[in-house]
Design a protein around this ligand. Structure first.
Ligand SMILES: [Zn+2]
Length: 415
């Protein structure tokens, strides 16, 4: 049993922080959140940790993680040349770094050989320590689409990035069923081209509305959500009309689509960190022209898209795309700083990585906010993130499921 005290507690529900409160943790769960004097339960044997000026908040969530790479400039190298056992070990280390950075829940969006699903099971069974995971397993694309390795002769997505390539509604339905049978918690579709793939542009829509619709119908029928990599306006609109639950990137979102997303309750994961990681001056020089040109164009348009999303009240969720070039595990909280730079208030930015994310992932019943009865997924950060959002990058304490993972700024995870 723990009693966590602080002058500043952000519970992820209220707009303001609670002053001088306590959180009582019993076993895996939160037993009480409120004023010290209002807790009438038994305190015997409790370990009391007083964080004083530091801020307690819910464990953060990252909606867009690639477990097995870690910012390598050419991730195709990792994808194409490393074995699955190597990638599994690497993915575990990367995921532990997300957890140490205060991200107690992550959504894995596309992994070869269902490595993410295997790690989720191992973590849930207590074999290894890691964040709570919501897994897409293999991503699904179409011939010539993003991640179908159309720029490497004679290599298909299946052998390379390890997703599935389908064409037509029947193949789509079969692929969705196979993913869910393999243990996927949600389905990830590659609707448009992307920044990092050669020969496919962000605004080109590869997957048809009928194909997306077939995936949504099957996934929803089996009780699973669908998220889509969609960057150009056409691809985003088709996805929203087809009934998807969430849009990743959405760089060319316009006001009309934003309004439709708000109406239909479709979540938006703008992945600011993906673009900002590769557009740093020292890094730009190392990038091939085909990536740099696309990234610079996107930087121009995506600020407007984000403004439309805010103005139309779209539910925004923090997702970093960590793993992609120059985008490292453990730096996940930079996304919140970028959200504030792009126009959100500090508390709204925090909600994108807590409450909103929990609803988007479908785990809001048991985590995402500091409330009685939820799992004790709790962090403490140095400073007050409501004044300076960068405080979320200074995590000094992490608890997942009532178990301490980081204490006094040091990881206590077993190697
Ligand atoms: Zn991604």
């Amino acid at each position: 049993m723990f009693i966590l005290k602080s002058r500043n507690i952000i519970d992820g529900v209220k707009e303001k922080a609670m002053e001088n409160g306590i959180i009582v943790v019993k076993g895996e769960k939160i037993e009480f959140v409120g004023e010290d004097s209002s807790f009438k339960g038994n305190r015997r044997g409790a370990e009391v940790i007083d964080f004083e000026e530091k801020t307690i908040m819910p464990g953060m969530m990252d909606a867009h993680v690639h477990p097995s790479f870690n910012g390598e400039p050419d991730f195709w190298d990792i994808v194409l040349t490393k074995t699955d056992p190597y990638r599994t070990v690497k993915a575990l280390v990367n995921l532990q770094n997300d957890l140490i950075a205060g991200f107690t829940t992550i959504r894995a969006l596309g992994e070869k050989s269902d490595i993410d699903i295997a790690l989720r099971e191992a973590i849930d069974q207590g074999l290894v320590k890691g964040p709570r995971m919501v897994c897409a397993g293999k991503n699904i694309t179409v011939t010539g689409g993003h991640t179908d390795l159309n720029f490497v002769p004679d290599i298909k997505n299946e052998q390379g990035l390890g997703g599935v390539t389908v064409d037509g509604t029947e193949e789509m339905q079969k692929a969705v069923r196979a993913q869910i049978k393999a243990g996927a918690d949600l389905i990830k579709l590659m609707v448009t081209g992307g920044v990092t793939s050669k020969g496919s542009g962000p605004t080109t829509q590869y997957m048809s509305e009928e194909e997306i619709s077939a995936a949504v119908k099957e996934a929803h029928n089996l009780g699973k959500k669908v998220t889509v990599h969609a960057q150009g306006a056409g691809g985003i609109k088709s996805s929203v009309l087809a009934g998807v639950d969430c849009i990743e990137h959405g760089y060319y979102l316009d006001r009309e689509i934003a309004s439709l997303m708000a109406e239909k309750g479709v979540f938006y994961v703008p992945t600011w960190k993906a673009g900002s990681s590769i557009l740093k001056e020292e890094i730009k020089a190392q990038l091939p022209d085909y990536i740099l040109e696309k990234a610079e164009k996107i930087k121009e348009v995506s600020l407007d898209s984000f403004r439309y999303a805010i103005e139309e009240n779209v539910s925004i969720v923090a997702g970093t795309d960590v793993g992609c070039p120059f985008n490292h595990h453990g730096e996940n909280a930079q996304e919140l700083e970028l959200m504030v730079k792009a126009g959100l208030s500090e508390i709204e930015a925090i909600k994108t990585a807590t409450k909103n994310a929990a609803v988007c992932f479908g785990v809001e019943e048991f985590t995402g906010t500091l409330e009685t009865g939820k799992f004790a997924d709790i962090i403490c950060v140095d400073g007050n993130p409501l004044k300076d959002i960068k405080a979320c990058q200074k995590v000094t304490f992490v608890m997942k499921n009532g178990e301490v993972v980081v204490n006094n700024g040091k990881s206590v995870l077993p190697l």
